[in-house]
Design a protein around this ligand. Structure first.
Ligand code: SF4
Length: 333
């Protein structure tokens, strides 16, 4: 059987479900390839992660299966495909000596309504696989888990990572709430590429946990990043509180702006219809976050100007009366 694969939007990352489908159908003696526009296939698998991605025109195919969070949050692979060793040869540019996979699925943070994980993978973090399922001795392991530390089998899974001796990247970051003496002790034995965390909810008092990690002496090659969600449920004061607190402890806060793509284009310019969709107060709140993101985004700027109120572009915008589209016809960048 000739099988075609279409990867709609995994531009900088290999598409794990397609690698698993490929492994499964190749093992059954089928001919599997990325679909060519002028090809003809008996079966076509189309995978899409983001809803806004436009699906390309499919080539001729007997039957088409569509999957991925870009279509809906219910579709899953059958167990015999989900748990197969992925066909890494599909993406040689991303998989050189690197294994990809999930040890756990799901996340218990139900109140994070901005995230699809609890809806898609469940409100608890549960063990999904042993490391050997997708790792066969590669030097690097890239984990796609959303909240490995929240899983009750975390110690068993972390010990598997210790035993691998590989460099491990926790792509989904770590939930600082689950750090304790026991988890820190096992992390010490893992070659972790980078530690990064998030402090999304200003009502969560996480200072002690961040201090605990800092004092553990665990090192990160680069600045240890902490993602700070803004423009969702917090005031500017609450955003700055998290940013300043993290900075004082030596972390690198990284401002994430909720729904940024609905306000501005890729270059940070207002979208033409932003003023129609949002009130002046919402546009101004967004603009503050955008200034905060630029101020925080570079260590040189942050070091030179540690107080946001003194950040020159923000100060000038405030002095001009906080202009946003809809109230003054000018260039509000
Ligand atoms: S902690 Fe991360 S994975 Fe879990 S719900 Fe929040 S954003 Fe999603």
């Amino acid at each position: 059987m000739k099988i075609g694969l279409i990867d709609c939007d995994s531009y900088h990352f290999p598409n794990l479900p397609l690698m698993k489908l490929s492994a499964y159908y190749k093992a059954k003696g089928n001919n599997v390839e990325f679909a060519k526009k002028d090809g003809e296939y008996e079966v076509l698998f189309v995978s899409k992660i983001f809803t806004e991605t436009k699906e390309p025109e499919p080539p001729k195919a007997g039957i088409i299966f569509r999957g991925g969070s870009g279509y809906d949050l219910e579709n899953t692979l059958p167990d015999q495909i989900e748990h197969i060793y992925p066909d890494y040869s599909l993406y040689p540019q991303f998989t050189k000596d690197t294994a990809y996979g999930f040890l756990t699925r799901g996340c218990p943070r139900k109140n994070h309504r901005f995230c699809i994980t609890p809806k898609k993978d469940g409100c608890i973090s549960r063990k999904a696989a042993d490391l050997a399922e997708f790792w066969h001795g590669q030097r690097k392991i890239l984990l796609l888990d959303q909240n490995l530390l929240a899983c009750k089998e975390r110690m068993e899974l972390l010990e598997q990572l210790v035993a691998s001796g590989a460099e491990v990247e926790f792509n989904g970051g770590m939930d600082v709430r689950f750090l304790n003496e026991e988890t820190i002790a096992v992390l010490r034995k893992i070659r972790v590429k980078d530690y990064h965390f998030a402090w999304d909810d200003p009502r969560e008092l996480l200072e002690e946990k961040f201090r605990f990690f800092k004092e553990s002496g665990l090192k990160t090659k680069n600045q240890c990043r902490v993602y700070v969600l803004t423009n969702y449920w917090s005031s500017m004061e609450e955003d700055l509180y998290r940013i300043y607190t993290l900075r004082e402890m030596g972390y690198m806060p990284f401002v994430m702006i909720y729904d940024k793509q609905k306000f501005v284009d890729r270059n940070g310019r207002w979208l033409p219809d932003a003023a129609k969709r949002y009130s002046k107060r919402e546009l101004q709140a967004f603009k503050v976050c955008q200034h905060m993101q630029r101020w925080c985004g570079q260590i040189q700027i942050l070091t030179k100007c540690p107080r946001f109120e003194e950040y020159e572009p923000y100060r000038r915008w405030v002095e001009k009366g906080k202009p946003v589209p809809g109230d003054i016809r000018n260039n509000n960048r």
